[in-house]
Ligand binder design. Structure first.
Ligand code: SF4
Length: 416
């Protein structure tokens, strides 16, 4: 029995396409000439490939640019990871590229090209690519203030309050280049003008927009930033669905976002249960609080409408984190109970794969992590059917979800 047939037998509750995507996420593809060539023109991964000792001995350099994302034959988006032991590889023949599993052709794939808007410049001479925008498939991600104040806030013992899984929000050269000022909500006028201009340039290549930024200790100040962005984009004629992804905002701030034209909000709880939330997301817990976060999620459903409120969850951190569960079964039950509560309150949870360090998912497939991820996806899919819930495709869809299976298990747009 081949590997995919074996997976289908092991996880009959999951669609075959979702299994292929999950398997690729964990196994990666072998680096070869086709991947190296695509690294020259595709949207680049922010993490270049580090070849193995054997590959370096075969004259590969210490690091090699690789594509960030690839589309499978039915439009699914998958993050590219290279692993010399993967059973997958890609081969290019003329203008077509195929995915192979154990040497057998599976299907045609494409690497996501570098978007055309990234090659443009704004009226004041800045590269559009430096305005704080990025693109995942058909989603434009606008992040003009990436530095998160939770990295610099400390608890009484001097520990940083950033979320334990996050490196993305660390204040660094990106935030300095964008002119971000720590603790300040609104974006400076020149930066805002560049964001709007770059967005208008990107519109022909995307289908929906996600606003994100580093968190502030004052969620109302954070709301002002998102309000400013939404108003500026809508005022410039943007009609694509805009999802705002700040900290969980107070009801009045959510209402102001809706009034400004935001289609949806994503208040990312990350992990179910107050003890885990406090341990894994100490900044969110200190400056908003677990119970308040839940209350603001349910308020958001009342304000925005069912199908327009999402919360991102980090799948697997409840087994990987030291404060998590020692038993996989207990962790699954716990995460499932969370999904049941969220879906019962018409909040859409979406589960991003946690690249486990404890189970070493980089380099080799980690059977415990892989099995956990698939079993959780199966349980959540079953809950969605029971609740009559869907994954709202104007927020997250198969064409943009590069590390989540939810839209591949269920993707129908709910009412706005
Ligand atoms: S709130 Fe957490 S996940 Fe978001 S940027 Fe800050 S540390 Fe990262």
């Amino acid at each position: 029995m081949d590997r995919l047939a074996h997976l289908a037998e092991q996880y009959p509750e999951l669609p075959a396409r979702a299994l292929l995507k999950a398997h690729l996420l964990f196994e990666g593809i072998r680096f070869n000439g086709a991947v190296g060539e695509a690294g020259r023109w595709a949207l680049p991964s922010f993490k270049p490939y580090t070849p193995s000792v054997a590959e370096r001995a075969a004259r590969l350099p210490a690091t090699v640019p690789i594509p960030y994302l690839m589309h499978l034959a039915e439009g699914e988006l998958v993050r590219v990871k290279c692993d010399p032991e993967s059973p997958y590889e890609v081969v290019a023949e003329g203008d077509r590229t195929h995915l192979l599993l154990d040497g057998e052709v599976l299907e045609p794939i494409t690497f996501q090209r570098r978007p055309q808007w990234m090659a443009k410049t704004t009226a004041d001479g800045h590269p559009t690519a430096s305005a704080g925008l990025s693109q995942h498939g058909d989603m434009l991600v606008i992040n003009p203030a990436p530095g998160c104040d939770f990295f610099t806030e400390r608890d009484a013992a001097g520990h940083s309050l950033h979320c334990s899984f996050c490196a993305y929000g660390r204040p660094d050269e990106r935030s300095r280049a964008l002119g971000q000022v720590a603790g300040q909500g609104p974006i400076a006028a020149d930066g805002l003008a560049r964001v709007v201009e770059a967005t208008l340039a990107a519109i022909p290549e995307v289908r929906h927009i996600y606003l994100v930024a580093g968190s502030l200790t004052d969620s109302h100040a954070e709301a002002e930033r998102y309000l400013q962005l939404t108003e500026a984009l809508i005022g410039a004629g943007v009609t694509l669905p805009i999802t705002a992804g700040p900290s969980a905002l107070a009801r009045a701030d959510t209402a102001a976002l809706k009034q400004a034209g935001a289609a949806a909000v994503s208040y990312n709880l990350e992990v179910w249960g107050e003890p885990l939330f406090a341990a894994i997301c100490p900044g969110k817990h200190r400056f908003v609080g677990y119970e308040t976060w839940l209350a603001r999620l349910t308020d958001a459903v009342a304000v925005m409408g069912a199908g327009n409120v999402l919360t991102a969850m980090v799948a697997g951190i409840e087994v990987d984190h030291p404060a998590g569960f020692a038993s996989v079964e207990a962790a699954l039950d716990h995460a499932e109970a969370g999904a049941d509560w969220l879906l019962g309150h018409r909040i859409a949870p979406v589960y991003s794969l946690h690249w486990s360090t404890r189970h070493a998912t980089y380099g080799h497939v980690s059977t415990p992590a892989f099995d956990y991820y698939l079993r959780l996806a199966g349980r959540v899919a079953a809950l969605r059917r029971r609740h009559g819930a869907t994954v709202p495709a104007h927020i997250v869809c198969r064409g943009c979800a590069y590390m989540q299976l939810d839209p591949d298990c269920c993707s129908i747009r709910e009412g706005r």
